[in-house]
Design a protein around this ligand. Structure first.
Ligand code: 13P
Length: 269
């Protein structure tokens, strides 16, 4: 069974003082059982990473960066490397968020190098994938997901793929009024798992976590989590306050319990 993930990318929010306040409040609100059953991560801005990692050190919440460069060091003004993220206390790194691709011109060819570096450095990449509104309207969503996946994972040995978390984030549903409808999410997650199966084999496909992001809230998260191929939630606005993320964590932990029961029932029958 795949361990579910509750993650939040803070984007350009929460400086050092706010990050510490967030950590203290989230820890106070989290039920111990919630966090031991699932993987929980927060992705603060770079300047807050160390402080957040220290503030969460006595908790099951892990910290990650929102981006990184593929080289360890050198003349790359404004960039941050994998060893720097590790030194700051990171376990995760988010790659290919649509805001990086759309607003800063990053490409999946660059992302491929970043995935490779993150894996060899020992960071868990959270690799974002998703189609635009136009690609969706043209009926090309699954083709786009296949291209993005194959470009990003090209050259990764099959047994390394489950160490990567895929985040399906339809671009038209990020920062929007509503999340993608559960039926639509189900089709795309199934397509992504089929892409993994075709190119990396059944075992890698079954073990790799595929989480959903895009206008998730504590109110709309449950039907998305109930989809078999959805292995967690990746949340922006609704988790920028600790009370919001605490509710998301509870939802994911509840889903983990339901999915474990389903597996036990299937195995028993
Ligand atoms: P929102 O939840 O604010 O739509 O942001 C989603 C996102 O970008 C997660 O990476």
């Amino acid at each position: 069974m795949r361990r579910l993930v509750a993650g939040t990318g803070w984007k350009m929010n929460n400086g050092i003082a706010d990050s510490i306040r967030y950590a203290e409040e989230l820890k106070a609100r989290m039920r111990p059982i919630d966090a031991s059953a699932i993987d929980v991560c927060v992705l603060p801005p770079f300047t807050s990473l160390s402080a957040a990692a220290q503030a969460f050190a006595d908790s099951p919440v892990a910290v990650g960066g929102q981006n990184m460069h593929w080289e360890d060091d050198g003349s790359w003004t404004g960039e941050i490397s994998a060893p720097m993220l590790l030194e700051a206390g990171c376990r995760y790194v988010e790659l290919a968020h649509s805001e990086r691709l759309l607003r800063f011109g990053e490409t999946y060819a660059q992302v491929r190098r970043k995935v490779d570096k993150a894996m060899s450095a020992g960071l868990t990449p959270i690799l974002c994938l998703g189609e635009t509104a136009r690609e969706k309207a043209e009926g090309r969503a699954d083709q786009v997901l296949a291209e993005q996946t194959l470009t990003s994972l090209g050259g990764q040995p099959d047994d390394r793929v489950p160490g990567i978390i895929l985040a399906y984030e339809p671009r038209w549903a990020i920062g929007a009024a509503e999340a993608a409808p559960p039926g639509y999410v189900e089709e795309r997650h199934r397509a992504l798992r089929a892409i993994l199966r075709e190119h990396h084999g059944r075992e890698a496909a079954e073990r790799t976590r595929i989480i959903y992001g895009g206008s998730v809230t504590p109110e709309n998260g449950r039907p998305i989590l109930d989809i078999e191929d959805v292995d967690g939630l990746f949340v922006g606005r609704a988790a920028w306050k600790p009370e919001g993320f605490a509710r998301i964590i509870e939802l994911v932990a509840d889903a983990a319990r339901r999915k474990a029961l389903d597996v036990a029932r299937t195995d028993g029958g």
